[in-house]
Design a protein. Structure first.
Length: 107
């Protein structure tokens, strides 16, 4: 009877150990799932940050292109002013020569 009680107590202790091991393994698996979740969130945050940097780059390029287009428009306007001034000078020169030609009748 004493041996049976000893066997039952050892069996009970073994079952308790197995249950504690089961709880430990369950904890480790949950911890592993949590770490996996954290790593996936880290990867997602990294992706979002790279996407943010890409969008920032695109917006800066857009601003740069807008700036270049405005500079181009200013350059075209300045060029047109020079062409107009040059045309006026040429017209004034030729009209002056033509007027002199009419007066002198030497053309």
């Amino acid at each position: 009877m004493n041996a049976t009680i000893g066997f039952v107590l050892r069996t009970n202790a073994t079952i308790g150990f197995v249950l504690r091991m089961n709880a430990t393994i369950d904890f480790i698996l949950r911890l592993n799932a949590t770490i996996d979740f954290v790593l996936r969130m880290n990867a997602t945050i990294g992706f979002v940050l790279r996407l943010n940097a890409t969008i920032d780059f695109v917006l800066r390029m857009n601003a740069t292109i807008g700036f270049v287009l405005r500079l181009n428009a200013i350059g075209i306007a300045v060029s047109e002013l020079y062409v107009i001034q040059f045309s006026k000078k040429v017209l004034n020169k030729f009209s002056g020569e033509y007027a002199n030609c009419q007066e002198d009748a030497e053309c």
